[in-house]
Design a binder for this molecule. Structure first.
Ligand code: GLN
Length: 557
């Protein structure tokens, strides 16, 4: 079993997760079995309770774990299917240690960071060390070297290397090489200092991944090599990608990273097969056509808040040889009227969300899409607002609402799940993870999935209120998927609309570059069909009103 530890230096947001995931892609292309895990030094037990403003999206796994969005990169870039064992936070570590202490497991000993905290961390790496399943475990340490919270994790790695032998371990440090315009120079000093910090803790990186805007010349490489004690060919340039994050594995391969890693770890593998990946990247970079999709949400300026959704749109679009021009619309700006904001789009997507802010704007967006026959995809809250809209404006239930937004609504078309009554804690208390959905034969949903049973990932507390089913069905609101016992609505569609589909779950967590999710794929196909009919499409007057959303799809995670 081989181990790769990925640490970060100088600043956060360098794209460590993406780098780790890209290495995973390359090693899998060499027929190695890879698993990735993330250690997050913060004290939250999981990111489930963190605001998207702070931490981007919460990525949900099959087993219902609410995890860091880097696990999304891992699942999209490799074949790994992850579980709650693949994301460890300091909050979890201390929770475990304190519970053990209260139980008396430490038998009168003083409980300390070394060995008790570090033991828990090392065990987490060992848990994944199942040689029958994996050849390589890649562990990413969140945060930046030098953070106080990160110390126990780095200390645990130091001990771990001693236990499994240095020949089986590789430390990879992702660092920033800033370009100083005034001096026309790339600066290596921050990296030297961050590697010195690692050495203080007893860790020596063997590979430096250098995030940079400009190419590293020979002198810079030599300097980094000398000051950081890393052989020159292990100074790897990772320049900002031009078009899409999916280029990262290819640029790292061109820099020789995968060969280097295999040499350092004494792994014999065939040459990597990157054909399918390259093809996907080509389709993302130079598509034959483009389609404009509105995403109507709450965190439009936080590029990571809907990460999996933007990625899923990219995957689906690529499969149709098409590029996405996302139009990111703040739902609050629609509250007093749509005002032409949706006139130039070929599809409307309303993502998940919590709380009442912006809800009336989302309802207006759903109404506009329904009335103008624009393809609509509603995800979780996006399904709930579409339901409220239909109840109010088609069925005449004028005060229809969700009890999330109006506790005393006379017509709760969306209401709290039975199991949620009495739930007090906010953390890990929703309906979470994979649940099966039975699809009603003869519906659009059946055509989309080509199946009558699917499993999808959930994260919600509220549900469609079945009391309104018949009344709404009579007007064309079709429940096309339910839980196997028929009690919970999972998928809905409109009878008299070319494509109006919404689901109570989150399909965005199961889309991959060469395996787009059927709901996203069919949504893009419907948007293209809508566009080619020229319906409601007037040329965009203003390209991307909010900053440069094209970059949303081309950003470093
Ligand atoms: N707030 C809604 C609920 O809890 C929707 C959740 C979501 O979109 N993930 O049911």
């Amino acid at each position: 079993m081989k181990y790769i530890f990925v640490t970060g230096g100088v600043i956060s947001s360098l794209g460590k997760g993406l780098t780790a995931a890209s290495l995973g892609t390359l090693l899998e292309a060499r027929k190695l079995r890879v698993v990735l895990q993330k250690f997050d030094p913060y004290l939250n037990v999981d990111p489930g309770t963190m605001s998207p403003f702070q931490h981007g999206e919460v990525y949900v796994l099959n087993d219902g774990a609410e995890t860091d969005l880097d696990l999304g990169h891992y699942e999209r870039f490799t074949n790994c299917v992850l579980t709650r064992h693949n994301n460890l936070t300091s909050g979890q570590v201390y929770e475990t240690v304190i519970l053990k202490e209260r139980r008396g497991d430490y038998l009168g000993k003083t409980v300390q960071v070394i060995p008790h905290v570090t033991d828990i961390i090392k065990n987490r790496i060992r848990e994944l060390s199942d040689a029958s399943k994996y050849d390589v475990v890649i562990t990413e340490i969140g945060g930046t070297t030098g953070d106080i919270e990160g110390l126990p994790f780095l200390e645990a790695i130091r001990q771990f290397i001693l236990e499994v032998g240095p020949q089986n371990v590789l430390n990879m440090h992702v660092t920033l090489i800033p370009y100083i315009k005034a001096a026309h120079e790339l600066k290596t000093k921050p990296t030297q200092q961050s590697v010195a910090k690692l050495r203080e803790i007893g860790l020596q990186p063997q590979v430096l991944i250098c995030r940079t805007e400009k190419p590293l010349d020979r002198d810079v490489r030599r300097k980094l090599s000398m000051f950081c004690s890393v052989v020159e060919k292990a100074v790897i340039e990772e320049r900002d990608v031009e078009h899409t994050i999916y280029e990262v594995p290819l640029t790292l391969h061109a820099e020789g990273l995968d060969q280097l890693v295999c040499d350092l770890l004494h792994l014999e593998t065939p040459k990597p097969d990157l054909k399918a990946w390259r093809k996907f990247v080509e389709r993302v970079v130079s598509p034959r056509k483009r389609v404009r999709i509105a995403v109507v949400g709450k965190y439009m300026d936080v590029r990571d808040a809907y990460k999996s959704i933007y990625e899923s749109l990219t995957h689906a679009a690529a499969s149709e040889d098409c590029g996405i021009d996302p139009k990111l619309i703040d739902a609050e700006s629609l509250e007093h009227g749509v005002d032409g904001q949706l006139r130039d789009v070929a599809g409307v997507l309303v993502p998940g969300g919590f709380g009442g802010r912006g809800v009336e704007g989302k309802i207006k967006a759903a109404r506009y899409a329904r009335e103008h026959k624009i393809p609509y995809l509603g995800l979780c809250l996006g399904m709930q607002v579409a339901t409220i809209e239909f109840a109010r404006n088609v069925c005449g239930i004028k005060d229809a609402n969700s009890t999330e937004f109006d506790k005393n609504t006379p017509d709760p078309v969306i209401s709290l799940l039975e199991e949620q009554h009495g739930v007090q804690n906010k953390g890990a208390s929703m309906r979470l993870g994979t649940w099966p959905t039975k699809i009603v034969p003869g519906t659009l949903a059946e055509k989309i999935y080509g199946d009558t049973e699917v499993t999808e990932r959930h994260r919600h507390r509220y549900e469609f209120n079945m009391k309104y089913r018949d009344r709404m069905n009579a007007k064309g609101f079709v429940i096309s998927g339910t839980s196997p016992d028929g009690a919970l609505a999972e998928l809905v569609e409109l009878r008299d609309h070319p494509y109006f589909v919404s689901c109570q779950y989150h399909p965005e967590f199961q889309s991959k570059p060469n395996k787009p999710h059927p709901l996203f794929k069919s949504f893009i196909a419907a948007a293209l069909a809508h566009q080619s009919r020229g319906e409601q499409l007037t040329p965009a007057i203003e390209e991307f009103p909010r900053g440069l959303p094209a970059e949303e799809l081309a950003l470093q995670g």
